[in-house]
Design a protein around this ligand. Structure first.
Ligand code: MV4
Length: 445
């Protein structure tokens, strides 16, 4: 097992990783920017090293400073959490060069999955369903038009270096393609330094369903079923649940087997997520693969009673995965993201001092948060201040418990997404599980 782990992250996920390391008896090193001096991850880690000024690019994205901190403290592994350097292939490579285990994916896997068109072709060859579209990249506008008329409008063009919705366009008819082709490519070039585009049939009202997988160093991949993540606003998830209210046992079997086939075909090691679009007619298609632990991992943990961070550390240390964890029937979990944002004003960030804080508790209630009364939310990073995760024996019970927990929450000093969740949990269509990724476009708040 590792002798000491550096956590190259901040906020709730840094704390989440430190907690598991503590339980495993592994000493930890926190890194922090000058804006995070008073953060709990700094206090709860065994050692802490300042890695730079507030700006992410000078601190949490500063590879030389993080590697220096790792060398000075003598760690043998780095956990990158999510965001920041978690899917940075150079960082993964540099860790390898320094003989430090990167608790994430090897550089070649990050690179392959980071190029969305290559990722799609790779999993398609493993027998995973993909959305009909171009074979690889589009050569030029004429090629794009030919593919579009073959598959039929509406279509979507996507930046191969994109993901998470960046560099994407919907095209309803041939004329519109002329109008967006150049601007979409220019946007992709400016954002990613890569203007490669591919095309797909546009799926009009999909659900976002993702499968959690864990692979070991011996080619074995296990899965932990699905998470339903359709409740999103501008590609930011706000609510996640396990299981999905629309996934039947038969569909679950097909989707989990497809995800395991995809991950096995690339000898995937570590925790990962295969994202699918689920169409109204029950067809599902590979969207992308995330080669990191995800924000919403706790809903899976609560349903399976399984510590995904512990599993990440174990497989990174060479422990084999032991088959698919037992799927508990009649267990249900839901997570809502508590962001320091004003839902009454377009979810505008609301950084500042949390003057008062009371967090809900009781049966089936879990809070993953780095917030405390007196904590000042810095304006430099994402606005998530915590996650409220509730579990029970049915979706109805979970929603009722979620309402109870949200109603107990007291956060003063900053605006939060709590009122949004209070309204959503009482919405009839949400309660019936009737929603797609477009639900929030029409949800009146
Ligand atoms: C799509 C799609 C419809 N059809 N692809 C958005 C993020 C990126 N990972 C892929 N995305 C989509 N790809 C086809 N062929 C609709 C989306 C999409 C979406 C997907 C999941 C969750 C929320 C979404 C919101 C808008 C669009």
């Amino acid at each position: 097992m590792f002798k000491k782990i550096l956590i190259a992250n901040r906020g709730e996920i840094a704390l989440r990783i430190i907690r598991t390391c503590r339980e495993m008896g592994i000493p930890t090193v926190a890194v922090y920017s000058t804006a995070d001096r008073d953060s709990l991850h700094v206090r709860f880690a065994d050692e802490a090293v300042c890695i730079g000024p507030p700006s992410s690019k000078d601190s949490y994205l500063n590879i030389p400073n993080i590697i220096s901190a790792a060398e000075i403290t003598g760690v043998d592994a780095i956990h990158p959490g999510y965001g920041f350097l978690s899917e940075n292939s150079s960082f993964s490579q540099i860790c390898k060069d320094y003989n430090i285990k990167f608790i994430g994916s090897p550089p070649d896997i990050i690179e392959m999955m980071g190029d969305k068109s290559t990722a799609k072709e790779t999993v398609r060859k493993a027998g995973v369903p993909t959305v009909p579209g171009s074979d690889g990249l589009l050569e030029d506008l004429n090629h794009a038009k030919r593919v579009a008329s073959d598959i039929g409008y509406p279509v979507m063009i996507k930046a191969t270096a994109g993901g998470g919705g960046k560099g994407m366009r919907i095209i309803w008819k041939a004329e519109d393609l002329d109008a967006v082709w150049d601007t979409a490519r220019a946007e992709a070039m400016a954002a990613f330094g890569n203007d490669g585009m591919y095309m797909e049939k546009y799926i009009q009202n999909p659900r976002h369903i993702e499968i959690q997988v864990v692979g070991d160093q011996y080619g074995h991949v296990s899965h932990l079923s699905e998470r339903e993540c359709s409740i999103q606003r501008r590609h930011q998830k706000l609510v996640e649940e396990c299981p999905s209210p629309v996934v039947t046992p038969e569909l679950r079997e097909k989707m989990t087997q497809a995800a395991v086939a995809a991950a096995t075909s690339i000898k995937y090691e570590g925790a990962g997520t295969i994202e699918f679009l689920l169409d109204d007619d029950g067809s599902f298609y590979f969207m992308e693969m995330n080669t990191r632990i995800q924000v919403e991992h706790p809903v899976t943990e609560e349903v399976f009673f399984y510590d995904l961070i512990k599993e990440q550390i174990k497989v990174a240390a060479g422990v084999p995965v032991s088959g698919n964890p037992y799927y508990p029937k009649d267990r249900y979990a839901m997570e809502v993201r508590i962001n320091a944002e004003d839902p009454f004003n377009g979810f505008r960030p609301s950084p500042g001092k949390i003057t008062e804080l009371f967090t809900p508790g009781g049966h089936g209630v879990r809070i993953d948060s780095h917030a405390y009364a007196g904590y000042v939310i810095p304006p430099y990073y994402d606005s998530m201040i915590g996650k409220l995760i509730v579990s029970a024996f049915s979706r109805e019970e979970v929603i009722d418990k979620m309402i109870r927990a949200l109603d107990e929450f007291i956060i003063e000093g900053v605006k939060t997404t709590i009122p949004f969740h209070q309204k959503l949990m009482r919405d009839v269509r949400f309660r019936r599980g009737e929603f797609s990724t477009r639900f929030l476009e029409t949800f009146k708040f």
